[in-house]
Design a protein around this ligand. Sequence first.
Ligand code: AHM
Ligand code: MG
Length: 343
Amino acid sequence: MKNVTVGEFIVETQNTFPGSSGELSKILSAIKLASKIVSHHINKAGLAKDILGSAGRDNVQGEDQQKLDVFANDTFINALSARGVICGVASEENDSYIAFDDKVNNDAKYVVLMDPLDGSSNIDVNVSVGTIFSVFRRISKQGSKVELADFLQAGDQQVAAGYLIYGSSTMLVYTTGTGVNGFTFDPGIGVFFLSHPDMKIPEDGKIYSVNEGNLAHFKQPVKEFIKFCQSEDTSNQKEPYSSRYIGSLVADFHRNLIKGGIYMYPSTKKSPNGKLRLTYECSPLAFLIEQANGRAISESGRIMDIVPSELHERVPYFVGSKNMVDQLEQMMHREDWKFQEKN
Ligand code: AHM
Ligand code: MG
């Protein structure tokens, strides 16, 4: 089989992007470069000094920033701004969006939103982490400074989305709206090769991923769905599903994409909007899962339909195999559970 690099793949498929002018390819190329630097740095964690641990400050959401969060954030922003192909970036690690306010970047037609290092609390214990990104066409005028509205678009408007997983190997998985493809990094050569063409999530799954420590605070339909996942029904040959929760969204998502399953971060009494961010985490992975024949919903409906009202908005999140999400959704909408009521 011919070894196809991600670079070759991007060039070969570029013509399928509507109105392609090569800019989207350059964005993916910048992401690819930054990810190699971040991957290399992560692999040294534990050996080199000054990589692990807290950066000693909180981000806008009051979360302790790790040194690697800051490193990954700076690396992706620098790679993206240097190419002159986006007019601005919004990151989970920054209070507000960053406008690349110069002639070249203002002429660009795209913006990027990202979670530069998702699951970073897992770094210190050598567990997989990831980067999630999302690309939109700006709605403000080309040639002008980027505006907040450019970043607050429904997930449906994404032109590309993807993630890097820094695991037993580093992988890039992305979509531009014509299916999902996965590339594995060969560190000896320094190149990503196409390893998972046209990824599809199995329609049915046998894995559920959720932080069950929060079970007591979930709403009744979610509790019932979890009970269903754990149940046995010999008349239907239903065996209990496996519970798998890494606590690193990208890693949980990636496993479920390949094997079939559902990832859930529901609302709780304490966090009525759950934990995950719509723009940096939920929407990009929703675009990917839909392109892979799966589904992503919130308590109010399809994730890709939600128009964010602020950059760091959180939403309850359920993503994975179509039949599993369908079933959960049916349970949510059962009249007698009055899902919208506080339990
Ligand atoms: P982060 O973006 O600050 O890393 O938080 C997101 C992470 C996800 O990767 C993961 O699925 C979730 O938080 C785990 O949260 P919890 O520890 O509450 O289960
Ligand atoms: Mg995150």
